[in-house]
Design a protein around this ligand. Sequence first.
Ligand SMILES: Nc1ncnc2c1ncn2[C@@H]1O[C@H](COP(=O)(O)OP(=O)(O)OP(=O)(O)O)[C@@H](O)[C@H]1O
Ligand SMILES: [Mg+2]
Length: 461
Amino acid sequence: VERTPSDPQTVHETDSAVLNYGRPGGAPAQSFHAATPPAVKAVVQRNRGTAIRITVGFDFGTHSTKVLYRKHGDTVTRILYLDEPCKEYPSFASPSLVRLDNDGRLWFGSETLLRNSGHLHRSLKVRLLGPDRESSLEPFPPGPTPQFLVAAYLAWAFHRVRDKLQAEFGAHALRMNLAAPMNHVQNERLRDVYLHIVQTAWQATFGECPLAVDQGVRLDAVQRPFTRLLDSKLVPESERHFEVLPETIAPIVSMSFNPRMAPGFYLIVDMGGGTTEISVNMVGKSKKGQNVHCYFDDLIHLGGNDFAALAVKEASAAAAGRLRLLDRTCAAIRKVWYGGYEKEKEAQRTIRARWKDLYVLLSGGGTRNKEVADRIRQCPPQRYIFVADPCKYVVGRYEPANIDPGLHQVSDVDLSLLSVAHGLALEAQRWPELLKPVEVQAFDPAPRAERPEAYWYVGGK
Ligand SMILES: Nc1ncnc2c1ncn2[C@@H]1O[C@H](COP(=O)(O)OP(=O)(O)OP(=O)(O)O)[C@@H](O)[C@H]1O
Ligand SMILES: [Mg+2]
């Protein structure tokens, strides 16, 4: 099979920017003038010669938010502790929660759990995906929209990122990568929704008229300017300092920079609170170094929160519900594995035989659920094809390499929650590039139009 990864140098690199905060420690707490049109131009000075460039991998999860950053040139990626440590969450995770209290004030992250007045908004990310297919969410209350609440949470978090990096590095160039729950065939509607939200939070933090979005900020002080920002046009891609990338691809990028990966086929299962992303990949070593081919990726709108929502049901209904969720998870794993295998099923025996062995890498909090992990262990997807042949099937936990936890203690299990943020913290030019549909004439007699989807190639170090 002849594959020609395109030259990684051709991947566009978006300009960096030096962010001027006006004074050490962050932007002045300035109020936004609702009368003026929302600024769509960040306060930046283009300066390609800036000494310090930082890429932030910002994983806004349904359940928790994780942030890593990497100074260009460094091999380690560092954890940015966004929030106060919180019970039942790893020290680096901020609960993705927003509370609107009865006094019309907004609270974010762990602070929301210290209060009980008003409404606590959970699973906000899932609200952006459209109808709740599992019906595990409560009806959304009247008041601010999920888009506004997510933008406000992100603005609060971006302020913290800005202040922490400013305190550590002084002036620097910053790039922020976020992920949306989509596979490599990007869901343009969802990406657009995300981009508007991220742009709003970015403007409120790094824009010409930053807004103070601190704990306890009054809803009426931010709702109007945020709504205007959410409605404003996206700045051209070349001027953006943030990007929204597919959530299935981020762990693959992380994996491709992991020296511990032995060559072979790997299936990544990242089950978070609201979605499960799955991809099947081949890690190969060549003279040039390590490379990863993603053969197939997909996601389902199912996660740990759907399991948790069953807890309130009567025992037999809960057991039946769990079984259904486990079946759906395994069916999705089979589908992804087969989607990859299908691309080589007409190939010669030695190529097909490589698909007999599979390593599964579990990632995300949802796979900490023993029932989920056990069920995945019992369902080797290749068994449906190689019924009688010896097959190898190893299920383990994914651990991103070279993460510096700073002064905190972080367990290996917790590290596996950082696979998305880790991939996102790798700078844009190292991100995978979409190849043209695979040229496998010898094994693919189908006409060009019927050939499988293109797949991603991730270059080595
Ligand atoms: N020990 C555990 N047992 C069972 N479930 C757990 C455990 N720890 C975490 N979870 C579940 O994992 C989920 C959160 O995982 P994670 O932080 O990876 O999600 P997320 O990244 O916020 O969500 P998503 O990726 O879907 O947007 C929650 O549903 C939580 O209930
Ligand atoms: Mg996640």
